[in-house]
Unconditional design. Structure first.
Length: 181
């Protein structure tokens, strides 16, 4: 009996060492509990794992206006390619970053890696959803008009596209820039 219990414990520990992926279901997701140690901008955070390792995470499925580079209004449907359009997007980039800082800085969150998405982006950053007691942060960015859908493959893509359509139709957040304000 003791051997059976030890064997079961060994299997459970081994499963945890393999990144939290459990079972053969391709929809099973990898999850990691971490602490947000820095908010880089509205869609990028730096996290720390319990073992002290740090990693930069790009929030999957969303794109907030830039604060560290120029914005391209053509990436945000309906926003005019004018000085006013770029200024409006820059302002919303700062607002998105502040929202992320307020909600996530110093918080314990869960990173969720989507099995339908690439694991890493073009700059080597981990692509993940961020879950916390307020729900899935990535989706909140789109719902509240702090971000647009970043059009790549991921499981929640259709839900994010619907959320962006609603935000655009209502002129929510950055979509207020579409009227030139």
């Amino acid at each position: 009996m003791r051997r059976v219990l030890l064997s079961c414990l060994f299997v459970l520990l081994l499963a945890g060492c393999l990144g939290g992926v459990v079972g053969d279901d391709p929809r099973t997701t990898e999850r990691h509990d971490v602490t947000v140690v820095e908010v880089v901008d509205g869609d990028t955070v730096e996290v720390e794992y319990p073992n002290g390792t740090r990693e930069t995470v790009r929030l999957l499925g969303v794109d907030t206006p830039e604060v560290h580079a120029e914005n391209d209004p053509s990436e945000f449907e309906g926003v005019p390619d004018t000085e006013a359009g770029r200024d409006c997007l820059r302002d919303w980039g700062h607002r998105s970053s502040e929202f992320a800082r307020t909600e996530l800085a110093g918080e314990k969150v869960t990173l969720v890696v989507d099995p339908e998405s690439d694991r890493r982006g073009g700059y080597g950053r981990l692509l993940a959803y961020v879950e916390y007691d307020g729900g899935r942060f990535n989706r909140q960015l789109v719902d509240r008009g702090y971000a647009r859908l970043y059009d790549t493959e991921f499981a929640d893509r259709d839900q994010y596209a619907d959320a962006e359509r609603r935000a655009r139709a209502n002129g929510t957040g950055l979509w207020s820039c579409a009227d030139g304000s």
